[in-house]
Design a protein around this ligand. Structure first.
Ligand code: SF4
Ligand code: SF4
Ligand code: SF4
Length: 234
């Protein structure tokens, strides 16, 4: 076969592989809907974005008290939101920690004080953004080089996360499902096994805390900020 013919044949076979690969992937796990990614992931129990922006006084109290160093402050590159708190789930999710100190510390109620339990928190909804990257789905074991350097390891709580995480070296990956901080974690995420494949399934109680996105060694999970489970999946 001459080169142009060979290139054409290769192009066709790649297109078929992509089509059938996608079809196969979609067939066994629930795919998220497409949606505009235009929301910020705010700390737990944040008011609706408009109200949040109108009431947050940018005091940074929530940032100060978070024991997991999960909350950051927007800088000048986010003009309307400059000084307001946000969570970058790829770097450090919210661990839905005891007593929710960020909410207690907020002096304005921009983080709603009536929310007192992790089960009441809905920051967004996780979704699998790259099923073909997922180690479990691809049958790949976790290697030392895959385990990310967690950005913050400054106290006992963070050290516990770090230690637990390092234990996955050489094992099959179930990190997202095991380390989800939601109280009844299988209500939020669980590993499912179908047609010889393992993969995480996000369930309806997912709080959108972003810990799965932070810890996934394949960066295969993302969080749709401020989206409900129904908006993402149904
Ligand atoms: S609930 Fe805890 S871990 Fe989450 S942002 Fe608030 S203080 Fe940080
Ligand atoms: S953490 Fe979950 S999504 Fe990421 S590779 Fe492991 S099983 Fe897959
Ligand atoms: S699945 Fe668990 S870890 Fe991931 S965002 Fe939802 S509640 Fe958080």
């Amino acid at each position: 076969m001459n080169n142009p013919q060979r290139r054409e044949a290769l192009k066709k076979s790649s297109a078929y592989a992509l089509f059938f690969g996608t079809l196969f992937g979609c067939g066994i796990y629930i795919s998220p809907k497409l949606y505009a990614k235009n929301s910020f992931l705010r700390p737990p129990a944040a008011l609706d974005e408009k109200e949040f922006l109108a009431t947050c006084i940018k005091c940074g109290q929530c940032i100060q008290v978070c024991p997991y160093h999960s909350i950051n402050m927007y800088d000048i590159t986010h003009l309307n939101s400059i000084g307001t708190p946000y969570i970058n789930a790829n770097e450090r999710g919210c661990y839905l920690c005891d007593l929710l100190p960020c909410i207690l510390a907020c002096p304005t109620g921009s983080l709603r004080h009536e929310v007192q339990r992790a089960e009441e928190i809905r920051m967004g909804t996780a979704y699998i953004s790259d099923i073909n990257g997922c180690f479990a789905y691809m049958g790949k074991k976790v290697e030392k080089k895959d385990l990310k350097l967690l950005i913050s390891n400054q106290n006992e709580r963070e050290a516990a996360v770090y230690e637990n995480y390092q234990n996955y070296e050489g094992k099959e990956c179930t990190i997202c499902a095991d380390m989800c901080p939601y109280p009844d974690k299988t209500d939020a995420i669980e590993m499912v096994y179908k047609e010889g494949k393992a993969f995480p399934q996000i369930n309806s109680k997912c709080a959108g805390c972003g810990v799965c996105a932070e810890l996934c060694p394949a960066s295969a999970i993302s969080v749709a900020a401020r989206k409900t489970y129904e908006e993402v999946y149904i």
